[in-house]
Design a protein around this ligand. Structure first.
Ligand SMILES: Cc1cc2nc3c(=O)[nH]c(=O)nc-3n(C[C@H](O)[C@H](O)[C@H](O)COP(=O)(O)OP(=O)(O)OC[C@H]3O[C@@H](n4cnc5c(N)ncnc54)[C@H](O)[C@@H]3O)c2cc1C
Length: 373
């Protein structure tokens, strides 16, 4: 099968890897290099976790992701997934974290219910008086984002894929590059992240927002390899220890202002004050930690935070994949598996992956609400 994939982010890159190693002839097109900071999959790290509240489907998909990222690591010799553990700070005994715990246990995924004094041992400093408990995923951690994107593309190439650099637009069931070159395939996949609504305005509904990530100098204590990722779901604050000397990462998952995918990413910082306030309360030694740098990236949010993966209604050989909604990077490989299996079988994915308008809760993100801070 000849396949043209536009977009070398987590979804396009994973599909290229998956299909090329299955023996398909793959052309992967992108306007940027894989891992570019302007793409939603670029940058240092992304969280890897299985907890998704009561959602059994995304919990299982995240667990499958772990096996597939490990397969890619084995194949490439690259270290992509850092399993430093993942801690959820629960403010109530019966909230989202408790629902996650039940789902994880039901699926046999390792999880621990820690009291706050045990949780304090996970971090160099810790203030947990306001917490009911901490839900700990020992297999959670982070994915090295840019390295993962480069590895997906490199492994696709090692299985015979061709990479084409350029900006593309759809014309029926063909891909047209800026120099008017036309690419044809038995299957065309548009995995264009925040750009999808520009390419398919009648089919894809996404909010594209500017998000910030901040990096602080936490000193040597925060460079230990086994300090877990942390998320305060109710207060929408999250972060990691200092991984790969990038600094202690902290940010809010609240929805930022809308930002065109082609606009420059802002370089000023608008969230430092309230991220720092949270850090100082939760990890007192970080209260005065110098800000090393901040950077912006884009969320591409579906209204229900669920992924998109469906054929074009008028062009069944054309698929549209994306809608990562602030949690999708880790799901690239299992989504590729699902989409590739559906294409091979001539079927579609369940209705939850459909194109068009969505409604429903945003519970798959690492924040209980999308409000702006
Ligand atoms: C701050 C932040 C934190 C996040 N945290 C997490 C997390 O902790 N865990 C997690 O799993 N996920 C997280 N995410 C979400 C996740 O990173 C994204 O949802 C996911 O990476 C999107 O992948 P994608 O392949 O859909 O899009 P992208 O990575 O944007 O890839 C799309 C590609 O298509 C290309 N493209 C677009 N249009 C065209 C065109 N016309 N012609 C040629 N090329 C084109 C672009 O150049 C781009 O490379 C986070 C995202 C951000 C921004």
């Amino acid at each position: 099968m000849e396949v043209v994939i536009v977009g070398a982010g987590t979804f396009g890159g994973s599909l290229a890897w998956w299909l090329a190693r299955s023996g398909d002839s793959v052309t992967l097109v992108d306007q940027f290099e894989p891992g570019d900071l302007r793409a939603s999959s670029g940058g240092e790290t992304r969280f890897y976790r299985c907890a998704h509240g009561p959602d059994t489907e995304y919990t299982a998909m995240a667990r499958r992701a772990r096996a597939l990222w490990h397969e890619l690591e084995e194949e490439s010799g690259q270290e992509l997934l850092v399993e430093c553990g993942f801690a959820w700070f629960a403010h109530r005994e019966d909230g989202w974290e408790a629902a996650s715990e039940r789902t994880l246990i039901a699926q046999g995924i390792p999880v621990e219910h820690l009291d706050t004094s045990s949780a304090a041992e996970l971090y160099p400093t810790f203030g947990g008086d306001d917490l009911a408990f901490v839900l700990y995923e020992p297999d959670g951690g982070v994915l090295r984002a840019e390295r993962s994107m480069k590895t997906l593309a490199a492994q696709a190439v090692s299985h015979g894929a061709r990479i084409v650099r350029g900006r593309a637009r759809p014309e029926g069931a063909t891909v047209v590059l800026e120099d008017s070159t036309r690419l044809h395939g038995d299957v065309i996949i548009w995995a264009c992240g925040p750009w999808l609504p520009k390419l398919f305005p009648d089919l894809v509904s996404l909010r594209v927002t500017q998000q910030e990530v901040l990096f602080f100098d936490g000193g040597p204590a925060w460079r230990a390899p086994d300090i877990p990722v942390w998320v305060d779901y109710e207060q929408s604050r999250c972060g990691t220890a200092d991984i790969d000397d990038a600094g202690v990462k902290a940010f809010t998952d609240d929805e930022g202002p809308e930002l065109d995918p082609d606009a420059e990413l802002p370089t000023t910082t608008r969230t430092e004050e309230f991220v720092r306030t949270y850090l100082g309360r939760r990890f007192p030694a970080l209260a005065e930690a110098p800000l090393l740098r901040s950077r912006s990236c884009r969320y591409e949010l579906t209204a229900d935070t669920r992924l998109i993966g469906a054929p074009h209604p008028d062009q069944p050989s054309v698929w549209i994949v994306g809608g990562g909604s602030g949690h999708g990077l880790k799901l690239g490989p299992p989504m590729a598996e699902l989409v590739a299996t559906a294409i091979a079988a001539g079927t579609t994915l369940p209705a939850g992956f459909a194109l068009g308008q969505r409604s429903g809760s945003e519970s798959l993100r690492t924040a209980s609400s999308s409000r702006s801070s």
